[in-house]
Design a protein around this ligand. Structure first.
Ligand code: SF4
Length: 805
């Protein structure tokens, strides 16, 4: 290539070989993440044939002579650029259409010295604009039909929304059956915007602030704050406006630059006018305590009936004066009804009051009278300090968080079955699987980016089996869909295991060397021939046999599961079945195989690792083990740690109802919304002697507080977060806290010091270092070696590997 001898792997394209050799060949339609199509001709090179070859599709040949930038080749690219530019609309012609300034076509125009005014053809193709999507602007005139958006939508996100319509000069990209984008099945993941090289697809401004060019914005590399997938992203921040302008996916081995609608467009909550910005103390005349807003007062029947509602009742502009209809719990309370019951206070006054009252409750009722709820949305450092405060400050293990209500059953079964509560493989490992079962998981909605890997794996040959009572979108992407009756999971998997054993599809060596109690399992599932399983589950017997064959005959299989498995009275048994199915077929501990409970919140894995649970100290060290207790007493310089397990979330509410737990500290948790029994929570919270709520919004739970502290959102602090794959990543501060709101770990430390603990942490980094010293699984990890992409734990060599085996 260009006179240099280059060796390329078989099948490599000229473009790939040139890139590996450090030779830049310009492209427009090509992006390494998509299959090459060779339609734009910008990457043509001279290979000695009469016509130039498109280097993105032309494979290398032995002895081939390639010239990438002869005068003729450059002239061809310049002419192509001129023709494309001549069709482009003038930039910034419509202020509603933002451009981020990443226009690869304009960059080429600059390179070849082509001006828009040089164009000899009429300006613009006249195909018009589509502004129907709330977050994406489409300028058809700027489209060069490179199909990058089509491939991004199909090949990367697996949404299959974008195609082409029209003929000749009127050909344009089309959504579904040429519907307006906003009326189509588009899920607004924004992958098309990330793919577009010309600004035909652009982000609309979320804050009604025009988006300035990227070069004028501050880039902060961090992680999405929403779900357990933990996608890496970059926020582009307009420092003059003090606001995020837009978000972009960032390369990381798990998420590979992808985002979903939440990560790409759902970050405006941090700038909501409803943020709490000043400490609040309940007014004397607002005692005795009770619910304050109509929504929370509710009526018992109504409250239960609406417990699953997601009607937040807010206007899109977040107007706090806007009243909700129907008295439904779910979302923010009516500020106008609640705030008059509180008065503003200084931090000093609020923190002094908290320390005094919690100490008094503790003095009167002992350790059993205190409990704390932490948050799976806070950082590892905050979770660690919070549980340490409750354990060392109040000598109780009554500390828990929302993991209790999601995957606690999975963790119990995994501990029992394989000795670890974490996933045994990554979601991306599905690309190595012959078969995958996705069960009890609405993954396209709840773990959207993980689901893109499931869809992509299926396109590449992995058999996907979807097991769920609801035929949601994953069912469309499955080879076999089993619509079982709710609550019949155990019978279904017993039926599958019955068939795996009957068909001789077990891995006998694996069973003999790595498992126990196989004979007992065999006897149990002997009672579940597919016909009986069909009677119980409603899934046809031959489908159960098909599932068993697909699973048992594949080279490797992964099971992904969600709340549809764990949130049952038989949740632990459900997970046991999945573990057994993997174990009898040797599907743990090799590529493309394993168990993956998909974690919900962005840091539920990390919060659990940090010991924000009543039965475990950090790293799942049992809280009722005297040796563990002694170790933590030494590590923390504390005496009299609680020798017994603490109460769980639901047990704490039950205890408060009976006057056992009387003082509570809630950091970023809202049991009024998340607990299964709202009426019980309402009574329990009203009965507490003292409740402090630290949050970013006024929640239902805060109505029962004595003190409300304004917390920091994810955007406003540094810290680490551990995703569903066990990837520990750095979240970096993007914005300042609003008003008097403060960083949460600093508030926890201030309370700790006021109750007599002597804490002197100066940074999240310092807390992380202490955490790692008591969490063997995180050994060798440090703020310095986490880098931009994070590391999986356990990781014996984080300086040289991200931990993926
Ligand atoms: Fe954020 Fe989860 Fe969406 Fe990734 S999949 S962008 S982590 S919400």
């Amino acid at each position: 290539i260009d006179g240099r001898e280059v060796t390329a792997p078989e099948g490599a394209t000229i473009w790939q070989a040139a890139k590996a050799a450090g030779i830049d060949i310009p492209v427009l339609c090509h992006d390494e993440r998509y299959d090459p199509v060779g339609v734009c001709r910008m990457c043509v090179v001279d290979v000695g044939t009469p016509a130039f070859a498109a280097s993105c599709v032309r494979a290398c040949e032995n002895g081939m002579q390639v010239k990438t930038s002869t005068p003729e080749v450059e002239r061809s690219r310049e002419m192509l650029t001129k023709l494309l530019i001549s069709d482009q609309p003038p930039r910034e012609r419509d202020p509603k259409q933002a451009t981020t300034g990443d226009n690869e076509l304009l960059a080429l125009a600059e390179r070849f010295g082509v001006n828009h005014s040089d164009a000899s053809l009429p300006v613009g193709s006249g195909r018009g604009a589509d502004l129907s999507s709330p977050v994406i602007a489409v300028d058809h005139d700027a489209c060069i039909l490179c199909d990058r958006c089509v491939r991004a939508c199909d090949d990367i996100q697996g949404n299959d929304v974008i195609g082409r319509s029209g003929k000749g000069y009127s050909t344009h990209i089309a959504f579904d059956l040429s519907d307006p984008m906003g009326a189509s099945t588009c899920v607004s993941c924004g992958e098309c915007v990330a793919a577009c090289p010309t600004g035909a697809l652009t982000n609309k401004p979320i804050h009604n602030i025009p988006i300035r060019p990227r070069t004028e914005l501050d880039a902060v590399d961090t992680v999405c704050p929403y779900c357990g997938v933990g996608c890496a992203l970059t926020y582009y921040v307009d420092r003059d406006k003090g606001a995020i302008a837009y978000a972009e996916g960032r390369e990381q081995p798990g998420s590979q630059g992808r985002l979903c609608v939440k990560g790409r467009y759902g970050w405006d909550y941090a700038a909501s006018p409803q943020r709490l910005t000043v400490p609040l103390i309940r007014r004397e005349d607002s005692y005795p305590k009770g619910a304050l807003s109509a929504d929370v007062i509710g009526d018992m029947a109504g409250a239960n009936a609406d417990a699953g509602s997601n009607d937040h009742g807010m206007t899109n502009d977040g107007d706090p004066k806007q009243k909700r209809k129907g008295g439904k719990p779910g979302g923010l309370v009516d500020y106008a009804e609640v705030l008059p019951h509180f008065r503003e206070a200084t931090w000093e006054e609020a923190l002094d009051l908290i320390a005094r009252r919690l100490t008094e409750v503790y003095a009167e009722g002992g350790p059993a009278a205190i409990a704390g709820f932490g948050s799976a949305k806070c950082s590892n450092e905050e979770a660690y300090l919070f549980q340490k405060l409750i354990r060392t400050g109040f000598h109780t293990n009554n500390v828990d968080h929302c993991t209790r209500l999601c995957h606690a059953s999975s963790v119990a079964a995994l501990f029992e079955g394989i000795g670890s509560g974490a996933v045994s493989t990554t979601f991306g490992d599905i690309k190595n699987s012959g078969v995958a079962i996705v069960t009890g998981s609405n993954s396209t909605a709840n773990h959207p980016v993980a689901s893109t890997f499931f869809k992509q794996a299926r396109r590449n040959g992995t058999t996907v089996i979807y097991v769920d009572p609801r035929a949601d979108k994953m069912a469309d992407h499955a080879d076999i869909y089993c619509q079982l009756k709710p609550g019949t999971d155990v019978a279904f998997y017993n039926g599958v295991m019955h068939e795996v054993i009957r068909l001789g599809l077990t891995d006998d060596e694996y069973i003999a060397t790595r498992t126990s109690n196989f004979e007992a399992l065999k006897r149990t599932v002997a009672d579940y021939p597919p016909e009986r399983a069909e009677q119980i589950t409603g899934v046809p017997a031959d489908t159960i046999t098909r599932v068993a064959r697909a699973w048992g005959e594949a080279s490797g299989g992964i099971i992904f599961w969600g709340m549809g498995i764990s949130q049952h009275t038989t949740g632990t048994d459900n997970a046991r079945c999945l573990i057994a199915l993997c174990a009898i077929t040797g599907n743990v501990g090799k590529p493309g195989a394993g168990l993956h409970p998909l974690r919900g919140q962005n840091n539920v894995q990390g919060a659990s690792d940090m010991g924000l649970v009543p039965m475990f100290y950090p790293d799942y060290q049992k809280s009722d083990d005297p040796g563990v207790k002694a170790r933590f007493e030494t590590a923390w310089g504390s005496e009299d740690l609680d020798p017994k397990k603490g109460l769980t979330v639901t047990e704490i509410i039950g205890s408060a109802l009976k006057g056992g737990v009387r003082g509570m500290y809630m950091l970023g948790e809202n049991p009024f919304l998340s607990d299964p029994n709202i009426n019980k929570v309402r009574k329990a919270l009203a009965k507490l002697d003292f409740l402090v709520v630290q949050d970013i919004f006024l929640t239902e739970t805060a109505e029962f507080a004595d003190v409300i502290l304004p917390a920091s959102s994810y955007m406003e602090k540094d810290g680490t977060y551990t995703n569903t794959d066990r990837r520990v990543q750095l979240g970096r501060k993007v914005l300042d806290t609003p008003g008097q709101a403060r960083v949460d770990w600093e508030v926890v430390q201030d309370i700790a010091n006021r109750i007599g603990l002597d804490w002197r942490y100066e940074s999240a980094r310092q807390i992380f270092e202490e955490m790692v010293s008591v969490i063997p699984s995180y050994k060798n990890l440090s703020y310095d070696n986490l880098g931009l992409t994070g590391k999986l734990y356990p990781n014996p060599d984080p300086e040289h590997s991200d931990g993926t085996v």
